[in-house]
Design a protein around this ligand. Sequence first.
Ligand code: CP
Length: 338
Amino acid sequence: MKSQHHLNFRVRLFQCQIVCEIGNYGRKEIYSYNEAGGMRTRHIISIKDFDRDGIDRLLDQAEEIDREHGRSDALNGKILATLFFEPSTRTRMSFESAIARLGGSTLSVGSVDACSMAKGETLADTIRVVSGYADAIVIRHPKEGAARLAAEFSTVPVINAGDGAGQHPSQTLLDLYTIRQSMPIEGIDIALVGDLRYGRTAHSLASALSLYRARLHTVSPNGLELPETLAAELRESGMEIIPHDTIDDLISDVDVLYVTRVQRERFPDTASYFNVTSSYRITPEILTNAKKHLIVLHPLPRVDEIDPRVDDLPHARYFEQSRNGVPVRMAMLMEVMR
Ligand code: CP
């Protein structure tokens, strides 16, 4: 049996390798399309690959799928490769459920250690090979830029299922879908709470909301604020960003409370994680001053940032939110694979 030390070494080797690869290859811009064998290939790497009309169309399509109880043979016989080099429950399983409900099937590698990247194969070569086995690739990777690198080498569509602290576009689409089930997205006041430095779901969502003239309220532990480059980009697009010290300061002003966990896996060491964890928690008591229509969202998994007593309140929508991953990802697969 392999020791934990051996596994940790393998994971470290893998992470160093991808940093070098992104350094070597990741300079060329990949937009939502690239040319492969004379064909245009549609990728979804960042939420910024969409304009507002594109998002609205996709959400409409997801709504139609939902109304029809989510079964079709639109992607009959198509194969989706799921390459998850980081843990996942929702994203991976809802993509697998989505392709199955559309008549297709899934291929996957079990883990980093179970594929030939553990022997030193590059991500570029892995993607070239997997492109020959599947009609689209969904990839999650610990390093920012990995999905974009994959798109450079893939002859089939690539969907980014989370790249380090970068982007998580499919999560954002289902977040927007969930908001739209309760209220129009246009002009909402939304609070992003938690780890806004490393939280890729917060980054993608903030960018998307800048298309809807939303007002952004933020609360985060010290050192985990929204990256300044992203904040500057959002302000430049006309978005108002209002930082707060506590959730109590903003709770009566917002329509959506979007809570995120502290991304322990991105911290350089355990001590710096324990310095900031447990510094915020949503409770029924905090929500007593909320607007009646406020919804609480969380991309999940939660650790201890939402008290389980909140689950029974009408504000709680995070389990519907994770269920919405299926119709939204069905719409995404139809967009890139048909
Ligand atoms: N929200 C999300 O990305 O969940 P998983 O990590 O379980 O896929």
